[in-house]
Ligand binder design. Structure first.
Ligand SMILES: Cc1cc2nc3c(=O)[nH]c(=O)nc-3n(C[C@H](O)[C@H](O)[C@H](O)COP(=O)(O)OP(=O)(O)OC[C@H]3O[C@@H](n4cnc5c(N)ncnc54)[C@H](O)[C@@H]3O)c2cc1C
Length: 557
């Protein structure tokens, strides 16, 4: 067997070489000072699933990496002298997804997260080689559904959709078993003493069984969360890991700031739910929000950002510095804060809306929702760019897509290129001055009634999938009383703050607030959460990056 050959379905050869490179003696010599050597007997474990992940460079002998599952071990790769075992979890210091075992007596160089970060920060050659291998290995695990999680669910359960989105948006490889269609489902339900009525059921590492877990419980089980340290004062805490927050984290950490990020759900924010972003500079053929977020997340980790997933800032304590951010019963403290909590979707006032959420009502259109919709007819509600993108994306697979808008057309609210594409797509039909007035169905959405306001005609259609793309409100409740907000709740910054607002906020400094600085010194707001911001990925990224310059200034004030 050649060194580092893969046992599963191989990717095209050039990628395989990048996924499983062989380190040159000079590269290994540079790693030696950061790691420590271990001797392992034939058949012994090098590392196990669930342990804190590390990087293992093979000096002598041979090790194999397998994916443990309830059905047994599945072989993934073999590493011989010069090869290495490890993927993104080694960089984040979270739980290992896989198991490694010595095939022969072996000698390995072991690098923990701290050691790996030192190498990646200092050695551009090794940084590029390792980062590329890590990303490609994770991509392969996702595409092969090889992870430490089995999700037993049903496409008719809103909880299953939520858990699946959480895992998918966090780039966590997992196996999904549909309890209604998969022949293996009953055996697994019996093995873990659960019932169809308990779905979604998540089995972590083959041992822990969670029935309909919250995102926080799931994150804890997957090893994403560790206790927050309220005694430590961070130089910079970023709240929200959408494009704005991730940009602030990448620039902050890369410029040497001790940077910590809190994120409620998953990296990427609203952009993470976009099927294809076509106007972000540098991606002429477009990039999915998920892919952009995953890259930015790894980039932030590469520079040493600590990121806590499924942790929500619940209150800002702003009467003294350092500021304190409460997260449930825990807290973090910060000398500077970047608020990047973005916005959340508007929900039309329909009585039955909540009943069908995840059961035919969706707020984003990614591959996960498109699969639920399949070849059926879909309705997209809204006239903005996100609605246009969703309609075009869904039209690839759906039989027909209706776009319903309240206004007289799309030209005031949607980019011209999207309007043109909609006009050129034969299975998209635009209904202007039309709104959904009723949703009906038994276990899931089955019928949609809409009103044409021009004719006052109400018509009911046998449609099971409605995508609500109707705008968003800012996530600023947790800031209550700390920073000046506009009448819609967006955070006011820099020159937008009036003298009266600054007086009311007791602005204490002789200088005016910097651009992106709120009415609280050292607290910045960037991206969609900021009043008068341009609601786009590029502007969010730009604002998140720029504000780091100003964070440096206030840290020396
Ligand atoms: C479907 C869709 C398609 C889009 N397509 C495009 C496009 O093609 N091009 C384009 O330029 N723009 C597009 N946009 C707009 C773009 O995604 C947003 O402008 C951008 O994501 C804003 O970034 P942000 O970081 O400011 O906020 P968000 O993306 O909203 O991210 C905020 C993050 O903060 C987290 N958060 C919120 N509250 C808390 C809290 N209290 N504690 C911890 N974390 C918290 C959220 O979970 C979220 O991850 C699209 C938007 C949508 C919804």
């Amino acid at each position: 067997m050649p060194p580092d050959s893969t046992v599963g379905a191989p990717p095209p050869p050039p990628r395989l070489a990048e996924m499983f490179p062989t380190l040159a003696p000079a590269q290994i010599a540079r790693l030696r000072s950061a790691g420590h050597e271990r001797v392992i007997g034939a058949g012994e474990l090098v590392f196990d699933q669930g342990e804190v992940a590390k990087l293992f460079v093979v000096l002598d002998g041979s090790i194999e990496v397998v994916s443990p599952s309830p059905a047994g071990e599945r072989p993934l790769s073999i590493h011989e002298a010069g090869g290495f075992a490890g993927e993104i979890t080694a960089l984040s210091g979270t739980s290992s997804l896989l198991r490694g075992r010595a095939r022969t007596a072996a000698r390995v160089l072991e690098l923990d997260r701290a050691a790996l970060r030192v190498v990646i920060a200092a050695d551009a050659d090794l940084s590029e080689l390792l980062m590329r291998a890590f990303i490609l290995r994770r991509t392969r695990l996702i595409s092969q559904d090889q992870g430490d999680v089995v999700l037993l669910g049903s496409r008719h359960s809103a909880g299953t959709l939520r858990v699946k989105e959480f895992l998918t948006r966090n780039g966590h490889p997992h196996t999904t078993i549909d309890v209604e269609h998969d022949p293996a489902a009953q055996a697994l339900l019996d093995e873990f003493h659960v019932d169809v009525a308990d779905v979604p059921v998540v089995v972590c590492r083959g041992v822990r069984v969670l029935k309909n877990p919250s995102n926080e419980e799931l994150a804890a089980c997957l090893g994403y969360t560790s206790a927050l340290d309220a005694a430590q004062v961070r130089e910079l805490v970023v709240i929200g890991a959408g494009p704005a927050g991730l940009a602030a984290a990448v620039y902050g950490a890369s410029e040497g700031l001790d940077t910590f990020v809190l994120e409620s759900i998953a990296p990427g924010g609203q952009a993470g739910s976009s099927s294809k972003i076509e106007n972000y500079l540098g991606f002429p053929t477009g990039i999915s929000g998920q892919a952009l977020a995953a890259r930015a997340f790894v980039q932030a980790e590469k520079f040493g950002t600590d990121i806590a997933i499924a942790r929500t800032a619940s209150r800002l304590v702003c009467d003294r510095r350092p500021y304190r951010i409460e997260v449930g019963g825990e807290a973090v403290r910060a000398r500077a804060i970047v608020i990047a909590t973005g916005a959340r979707y508007h929900k039309p006032a329909l009585d039955s809306l909540a009943r069908f959420e995840g059961l035919g009502i969706y707020y984003c259109a990614t591959t996960v929702e498109a699969r639920m919709c399949g070849g059926d007819t879909a309705v997209v509600v809204g006239g903005g760019n996100s609605a246009g993108q969703a309609a075009i994306f869904l039209a690839h697979t759906a039989a027909k897509v209706y776009i319903l808008v309240r206004g007289k057309g799309l030209s005031d609210t949607m980019s011209r290129y999207l309007i043109r594409r909609i006009e050129d797509t034969p299975n998209i039909e635009l209904r202007v001055e039309t709104e959904v007035v009723d949703l009906a169905g038994a276990d899931q959405l089955e019928r949609v009634t809409w009103l044409d306001k021009r004719t006052q005609a109400r018509t009911t259609h046998p449609i099971c999938h409605v995508f609500m793309m109707t705008g968003a409100s800012p996530n600023t409740e947790w800031l209550a009383g700390c920073v000046a907000l506009d009448d819609k709740g967006f955070v006011k910054t820099g020159p937008d703050l009036t003298a009266a607002e600054l007086a009311h906020a007791n602005w204490p400094l002789p200088r005016a607030p910097y651009a992106f600085e709120t009415s609280l010194p050292g607290v910045f707001a960037v991206g969609d959460v900021r009043a008068n911001s341009v609601k786009r990925v590029a502007s969010a990224v730009g604002e998140g990056s720029i504000c780091i310059q100003l964070v440096h200034k206030i840290l020396t004030e």
